[in-house]
Structures are given as structure tokens and as C-alpha cells.
Design a protein around this ligand. Structure first.
Ligand code: LLP
Length: 415
């Protein structure tokens, strides 16, 4: 983690010791590195070199306004999946002409908002959705720009919950049916087909499935072109994995090179929708050990972050490295790192060799993506604070939720 490093046995975020952040902002707290986000975005930029490309950051990975704003300023576009994400992207200064709208269940209001905002493209996932979008666009006297999201039926070889490109998944339009729909322009008078899209899954650790999907899309594209349909861009979704432990992973450069190769000499804009690979390793979750508890069976470190703050270990059995903020010398013990929530599934890590005392701070690494954005108030726990480190400066980018804020929308019955 180049922007989270030990200096004299104390873990830092850029130039700032994490202990200082815990003292000032409390725990649990998400900590992001501005330099890490910028560096990763630049890696994508450099990999594409002079090609016609658009990186649309998948907002769902982490939708904090400061992060979206930072990416927008770097020139990044956005992949959104709801009206809420659209509002965030616009509020953060996102360029509507760099916004693509994905998702299997877009609602009429969300379509209206996105048409009114003049976004670049709707990634449409079913005939029903296409019909509704056509109607709404007609009522607004507009033409909706569309890519069909096809399901290329390739195995992403990742966790089944986050694999999306197999024909049994709910996503996309079967690739065999897509051609027919693209050629039905006469019935969809207020739709303009401008692109072709797929997304096969997340946390992919090999390039092969991307290449297979790309090839299937290219062969569809050639058929469409033989019917004189003009397609401006190919959107290959997101999905590039990050290193959580010691996985062997393709670099961003290798990934982009493989995608460009699949396109061949075709003059076509390439769109990608990375989420995790842009932000995952740019953030950590800072937590404090409340208790050390030894039972005859196990050693537990009970920390103040829980499954409601970071759901990935409970939901996917995902592995996140857990590092001490201040390294202690001496022997270590085999700890179960668990939160205060009343479920056995509430853990952040199992069997971690650490030397710990109550009060010690820990960093749960690789928590930039699908951490805060998947958090909840389960057990009536207010949501964590979020800060962004920039060199020696720490900016609060989301205040810790208060209990009053948490219960404010609720009401009791009149009598
Ligand atoms: N595009 C579409 C249409 C997507 O559905 C997704 C993610 C992305 C792009 C971004 O994928 P990425 O580059 O981040 O892999 N909560 C899970 C991950 C769910 C991914 C859902 N779709 C996790 O924590 O592992």
C-alpha cells in the first residue's frame, strides 16, 4: 500500500500518523489517501495513452462527494445505478456527458432525471426497460442515447454473488437476442443506439474472461455494422480485481492493453467502469480495540468497528488485511477480530497473528471500495466518519453520524 506505510513502526496515511486521526476524529473512521486515488486514475490514463477512451468510475464502490469531486476534477466520468447516484455525481461536479446509467431496475423517475440531465448513455438491460425509456423520452420530446447491456455468458471465475456475466444471472440481454433489438429502431422512435455494453463481474483476477467477453461483443458489433448501424462506443464494464492479500493480479496497464487488443484496429471509443480498482486500496478502516477476551477456545479482539461498517467479511467471507497502527515488539497471539454486533457473523478477520492490548488501534486495509457505501445502521450504530488525507493535511469528508440524525426520520404513532 504505497500511501499507507510504516515509519518507525507507526502506520501512516501519507504524512499523517493514523493515531493522530483517531485522536482527532474518533473511531471507527474510514481514511482515504488523495494521492493514492489520483495515482490510480493516472495509471488508467497512461495505459490508454492517446486512444479515445472514457473512464466512468462506478459510484457504488464509494459515493462520498469528496471522492467523486476529486475524480471529476481529474477528468473522470461516472457509472451510476440510481437517481441518488446521479444527484451525487452532478453535485460533485461530474460532467453529464461522461455519465453512463447502468442497472437492471431503473424506474421512470430515475429515467426522467437522467434524460433531463442529458447524460451520455443509458445501459439498458431488458426490452421492458427499453420500451419504458422510449415512452418517457417521447413524452419529454427527447431521444434517449442507449447501449444494450448484453450478457455474453462468460465465467468471471469470482465469488458467485458478484459474478454477473453468466446466462443464469439476472443481468443483461442474452447476446443472441441483442442483434434483433438493435435492428428494431423503427419501433423505438425515441431511442438512439450509440453503444454496446457488458459487465461480467467484480474482483476478477485474470484477464481471460474480459478478453472472451470483449471478443463476443466485437463479433456482435461487426454484425451490427454490416447492417449499417453506427455504434460509437464499446463499454466493457468494471471488474478488475485488487490485491487484498497475496493474489497474483494483472496490472492496470495489462488490463487496458488486453481490452485495447480485443478491439483491434477499430476506430471506436472504449468505455470502462472501474470501481474497486480505482478506490479499493486507497482507503482503510481505522478501528480501536475495546476489549481483549481470552476464552478456553479462542482469543478475541473486540473492536469498535463491525459488520455494519464493513460488511464484506460477513457477506462474502472476504479477506482484508488487518495491521496494527503502532507495532509492538514481543510475541503474537492468534486473534479473532470481531465487532460489537450481536451475530457470530460479525467479524472483520479470523486467525490474525497480532500482539494486542485493549485500546490498540488497528487498520482494516483495502476498505476504500464497498466499505462505507455498503454500511448500515444495524444495531442502531451511527455511521462512521470519513476523512481524506492529503500530504500532511486531514480533511473531514463525512462527519460521524449522530444518534439524533439516525433516528430523526422516524415517527411514533399519534396515540
Ligand atoms: N459496472 C457495473 C454495471 C457494475 O455492476 C459494477 C459492480 C461495476 C461496474 C464496478 O465493478 P468493480 O470495478 O468495482 O469490480 N459489493 C461487492 C462488489 C459488487 C460489484 C457490483 N457491481 C464487493 O464488495 O465485493
Amino acid at each position: 500500500f504505497p500511501h499507507f506505510e510504516y515509519k518507525q513502526d507507526i502506520l501512516h496515511a501519507e504524512q499523517v500518523p493514523l493515531e493522530t486521526i483517531a485522536q482527532k476524529f474518533g473511531t471507527p473512521c474510514y481514511v482515504y489517501s488523495r494521492a493514492a486515488i489520483s495515482a490510480t486514475y493516472h495509471e488508467f490514463q497512461q495505459a490508454f495513452a492517446d486512444d479515445d477512451y472514457l473512464v466512468c468510475y462506478a459510484v457504488k464502490a464509494n459515493s462520498n462527494l469528496a471522492i467523486l469531486n476529486l475524480l471529476a476534477k481529474l477528468g473522470c466520468g461516472f457509472d451510476i445505478v440510481s437517481g441518488g447516484e446521479l444527484q451525487r455525481a452532478l453535485k460533485a461536479g461530474g460532467d453529464p456527458q461522461k455519465i453512463v446509467f447502468s442497472g437492471v431496475g431503473k424506474l421512470a423517475d430515475e429515467m426522467r432525471m437522467a434524460l433531463a440531465a442529458n447524460i451520455l448513455c443509458f445501459n439498458v438491460e431488458s426490452i421492458g426497460e427499453l420500451q419504458l425509456l422510449n415512452q418517457i423520452a417521447a413524452a419529454m420530446n427527447m431521444t434517449a442515447p442507449v447501449s444494450l447491456r448484453v450478457n455474453p455468458d462468460v465465467d468471471a471465475r469470482t465469488h458467485p454473488y458478484i459474478s454477473t456475466g453468466l446466462k443464469e444471472n439476472k443481468f443483461g440481454i442474452p447476446i443472441e437476442e441483442a442483434e434483433h433489438i438493435y435492428l428494431s429502431t423503427d419501433i423505438f422512435s425515441n431511442i438512439r443506439f450509440i453503444g454496446l455494453d457488458c459487465h461480467i463481474g467484480s474482483q476478477l483476477t485474470e484477464l481471460d474472461p474480459f478478453v472472451q467477453a470483449g471478443e463476443r461483443l466485437m463479433s456482435l458489433l461487426h454484425r451490427l455494422q454490416s447492417h449499417n448501424l453506427k455504434i460509437n462506443h464499446l463499454d466493457l464494464g468494471g471488474g478488475l480485481g485488487i490485491r487484498y492479500t497475496n493474489e497474483a493480479l494483472p496490472s492496470i496497464q495489462d488490463y487496458v492493453t488486453a481490452l485495447r487488443k480485443t478491439l483491434g484496429p477499430m476506430k471506436l471509443r472504449l468505455v470502462i467502469e472501474p470501481g474497486r480498482s480505482l478506490i479499493g486500496n486507497a482507503g482503510l478502516l481505522l478501528t480501536r480495540t475495546a476489549y481483549i477476551k481470552h476464552t478456553p477456545e479462542r482469543h478475541f479482539a473486540i473492536v469498535d468497528a463491525a459488520m455494519n461498517d464493513l460488511m464484506r467479511p460477513s457477506l462474502y467471507k472476504a479477506y482484508h488485511q488487518i495491521l496494527p497502527i503502532n507495532k509492538r515488539s514481543g510475541g503474537s497471539c492468534n486473534y479473532q477480530i470481531v465487532g460489537p454486533v450481536c451475530e457470530t457473523g460479525d467479524f472483520l478477520g479470523h486467525d490474525r497473528k497480532l500482539n494486542l492490548e485493549a485500546g490498540d488501534l488497528l487498520a482494516v486495509m483495502s476498505a476504500g471500495a464497498y466499505g462505507m457505501s455498503m454500511s448500515s445502521n444495524y444495531n442502531s450504530r451511527p455511521r462512521a466518519a470519513e476523512v481524506m488525507v492529503d500530504g500532511q493535511t486531514v480533511h473531514l469528508i463525512r462527519a460521524r453520524e449522530t444518534i439524533d440524525q439516525m433516528i430523526a426520520p422516524e415517527a411514533i404513532l399519534p396515540s
